[in-house]
Structure formats: C-alpha cells, structure tokens
Design a protein around this ligand. Sequence first.
Ligand code: HEC
Ligand code: HEC
Ligand code: HEC
Length: 481
Amino acid sequence: AWVVYGAVKPSYEAPVELRQVHPAPPASLKVYNKTFDLATLENPVRNDILETLAKDRDAGWGKYRESVAAGRDIYYQNCFYCHGDLLDGKGHYAHGFSPQPINFQDPTIIPQLQEAFLFWRITTGGPGLPVEGTPWNSAMPVWHEMLAENDVWNVINFIFDYNGQVPRIWDPEVSKTVSGMKDEVLARRKNIMGRDLYRFRCEVCHGEQGAGDGVAADFMYPRPRDFSLALFKYKTSPGTELPRDEDLFNTIKMGLPGTAMPGWGLQGRALLSDEQIRSLIPVIKGFDITQAWPPEDADEDAFDDDGFYTKTDFRVIKDVEPLNGQIAYSEEPIEKGKAAFRKSCSECHGMDGRGNIRSGKKLEDDWGNRIWPRDLTKPWTWRATQSLDTTEKERDETVKAIYTRLSIGIPGTPMPAHRAVEEGNQDPVILEDRWHIANYVYTACGKPPCNPRMDRWSAAGNWKPNCRQVWMTSAGKRRRR
Ligand code: HEC
Ligand code: HEC
Ligand code: HEC
C-alpha cells in the first residue's frame, strides 16, 4: 500500500536528474522534411562563402557580410531575450530559467562545437535533447518551427562572427581558411571607431540613421532611443540643455539596467574601450535633425539634403546642474524628506515610492509610448541614478545623483523638473526640500546601500541585489531573500 501511495502521490518538485550540458547529438536529425546526417552535415552557407572566396575575394567577403547581417537580424528578433543583448547568456528572461541560456561569449563553449551540433540544438531546442540532457526543463525553443533552414545557418555565422570565434571544423584545410577569415575580421575590427563601430554594435537597435528604428527595435520596451530629436533622458546638465559628453559616455559605458541598452564598457567584460566609446559621441550628435548639436553659427551649406550636419565641430556642453546647499544625511531630514516627497512626488511614484501611480493617469513619453514611474524602493531597477562606487562614497554620490535627477527631471518623459527651468522663475520645490527628498529616496529601499550599481550582474553571473526581495525559483515557488 505504501508503494502504491508513493507512486500516485502528486509531487510538485522537479525530478532530480543529472544534466549533461552538451549531450552527444543523435546520428541523424529530421527537420524541414529532410533527414540530416549529423556526422557529415556542414554549414552550406559557409561552404558557399568559402567556394566564392576561392574564386573571387570581394564576392566571398560580400556573401560573408550578408550572412552575418541576416543572422544578426534573426538573433535580435528571436534570441536576445534569453541569450542577451551582448550574447552573454544574460537576457532579460535569463534568471528565470534553469538551466540558464548558453553564454555565447564564453570561449570554452562555442569554439568547441561543430556547426552541425549547433544546427541540431537550435532546430530542436529543449524538447530535442536526449534523456541525459533532461529535456523537460530547458527553455530553449524549437526553432525549426519558426525559422527557415538558412536563417539558422545565418544566425550560427553571426554568433561566431560577433565573438570573433570560429567553429570546430575537422578538415584542416577548411579550418585554416576559416581561421584566416577570422583573423582578418579581428584585425579589421581591432581599432574600429566612429561610424563603422556604430554600424557594427549599435545600428541593430538604434537604426541606420539613428532614428531608433533598427531591426530589433520593435521587439524591445522601452524602445531604443531616437537620436534624431537630440532628446536624452539621463543627463547632468541643467534644465533643458543638451547632455554633457560625460553623460553620453556613462550611458554607453554602463548601459541602462532594466532596458535592452547594454553596458559596453562594464568592468571585466568590456566590449568597447573608452576611446571607442568616445568616438561614438560625435556619431550620435550627427544623427540630430533638429539643429540642436551643430554650433549656433553653423553654415547652411554644412547641412546635407536630409538635414544632417556634415561637419564634426558639434557643441560640447560644459554646464553642470549645481549641487549647492546639500543637507547632510541623518534621521531627522529623512522625516522631512518623506513629507516633501509625499507632497511633490507621490502623485506618480506613490506614497512610499513603490511606483504605484496615484493620479490614475496613463503616462506617455514624448514618442507616444506608454511609460510607468519607477519603483523607487528597488534601486537596482533604476537606469542611471545609482552610484557606481562601492565604498562609503556610495551614499553621497547616489544622493547627489537623485538630487540632480529630480531637479532636472527626465527629459522626454512626464517626470518634471523640480527646479525652475527659466532663470527668475520660482522653483517648483525649494532647494532645501529637494535635498531632503534626495536623502529620503536614498532610504526608500529599506536598508541602503541596495545593490550599488556596479554592474547589472555580479561577477559570478548571479543577480544579487542585497535588499530583500521576493523571487521565483525555477519550480515557480516564491522564496524570500
Ligand atoms: C526562451 C529563452 C530562449 C530563447 C528565446 C532562445 N534560447 Fe537558446 N537556449 C536557452 C536555454 C535556457 C538554453 C540552455 C539549455 C539547453 O541547452 O537547452 C539554450 C541553449 C542554446 C544553445 C545550446 C548550446 C549548447 O552548447 O548546447 C544554442 C546553440 C542556442 N540556445 C541558440 C539559440 C538561438 C540561435 C536562438 C534564437 C534563434 C535561441 N537560442 C533562443 C533559451 C533560449
Ligand atoms: C540591444 C539593443 C541596443 C543596442 C545594441 C544599443 N542600444 Fe542604446 N539604447 C537601447 C534602448 C532600449 C535605449 C532606451 C532606454 C530607455 O529609454 O530607458 C537606449 C538608449 C541609448 C542612449 C540614450 C540615453 C539617454 O540618456 O537618453 C544612448 C546615448 C545610447 N543608447 C547609445 C548606444 C550606443 C552608442 C550603442 C552602440 C555601442 C547602443 N546604444 C547600442 C538599446 C540598445
Ligand atoms: C508626473 C509624474 C512624475 C512625477 C511628479 C515624478 N516622477 Fe520620477 N519618474 C516618473 C517617470 C515616468 C519615471 C520613469 C522614466 C523612464 O522610465 O524613462 C520616473 C523616474 C524616476 C527616477 C528613476 C531614475 C533612474 O535612473 O531610473 C527617480 C529617482 C525619480 N523618478 C524620482 C522622482 C522624485 C524624487 C520625484 C519628486 C520630486 C519625482 N520623481 C516626481 C514620473 C514622475
């Protein structure tokens, strides 16, 4: 009776199974109404490129670039949610999965694999895994149902190209040619700057002309910034002034957590050097069609037919939002800050800053997209206002950043400026109260410091805010941390 009871008793636990990470593929694979012999299967797109290359170098490279570009579009329309905007396995959904999506940047994974293996894994996904790969819990979708055969080969080419790696190829001659191509790609990419760099790393989201309409743009929210209007959210210059170069630099270097905007210079895994990041700033300014970035006395002839400024002597903003009158952080100002916060901010951010809007309004940004006030009790979801420091300076820097942000507001969004934008006007919130509010907002998460924004992910790859939070385990159970 006990055995029967044990056998029929329902269980919500995942069965314990040992998982083999890269299990051996089956001998053959049936997809696209064809049978592929995995022992001999080669990437037909790559073969075509190699054949063309042997006859005509330029045509071969042209085909290569076409395939990589097509694969890039496939990747950002289908794979980046899980495998990450930087292909590092840290997509928005990644921490909800066990096993986690594969990190394509890891040099110990992708270069060890053959393209036939990847073709099998991509076309059949989690359900295609053999028993030793515990197929039941892999979130990897079955792509042969959604992508054409060539799409899969192109995305494979893109993944290798993006990371400057090559697949494992048995034939030594072919392997040599492919490695030679890789070396050439890497050499060309080594000191890539400015517009070329933009095309390589940013265009897929921000679009060819910076209008925020890249092929991946429709698949993300908030949408990538449209640079043509010269409107930027996260800046430290006063009022409605354009951002300082430092602001743009920091956004590109650190990314905007909680959005698809990656951090390109994050410590330990920087894809771009500081010099490369700096070279992108004039590119961004050059996309402006509102004549905001060119110098005031710019020559009419310097604009092309589409309204783009063709010179590079763009304005550089030096003004910084003043930080005078700071009120030291202590218990009593927190109480004052709370009261001032409830008066000036609770309409949008809620009585305790949880982002539960009280006005009942549906907010919209300047581009007509729905937008929500931030949850101020979860600073790890903020885009830019957390200090990057981990020492005692963290508090002072974060408080100053909150002060700056609330004084300027967030341009392009309903979040208003709380210091008078025009000289001579009265400040919507007086200086003293703005500092009180900044001190209070710093404590809104409970026990600060709450995950100083060093990095979206800790070095170990786990997401570790140190405030208490409820999170879901892979089995769907709620657990407090
Ligand atoms: C819903 C999330 C999700 C999406 C979307 C997704 N993947 Fe995956 N992928 C995973 C997970 C989770 C794993 C790890 C578990 C496994 O191996 O099945 C994985 C594994 C893989 C692997 C296996 C690598 C190996 O070494 O075994 C490849 C290759 C891969 N994904 C490619 C892609 C491509 C290409 C796309 C887009 C066309 C894509 N994935 C989209 C979640 C996803
Ligand atoms: C995977 C998509 C993606 C890629 C690739 C990407 N971005 Fe972004 N970027 C975004 C999104 C989404 C936003 C808007 C976030 C928001 O509104 O909060 C953004 C915003 C920005 C902003 C505006 C910041 C502000 O204060 O308003 C700048 C500047 C920027 N990106 C520069 C770049 C540069 C330079 C590159 C290439 C090195 C790049 N981005 C690559 C998605 C991307
Ligand atoms: C009219 C509505 C509104 C009011 C009033 C308002 N905010 Fe906001 N706030 C927003 C919205 C919307 C966002 C999110 C913008 C986005 O996602 O681009 C935001 C974002 C923020 C952020 C996040 C910045 C980041 O880096 O992510 C902070 C901090 C903030 N608000 C503080 C305040 C404070 C303090 C006050 C009162 C002085 C205030 N806000 C008043 C609408 C408002």
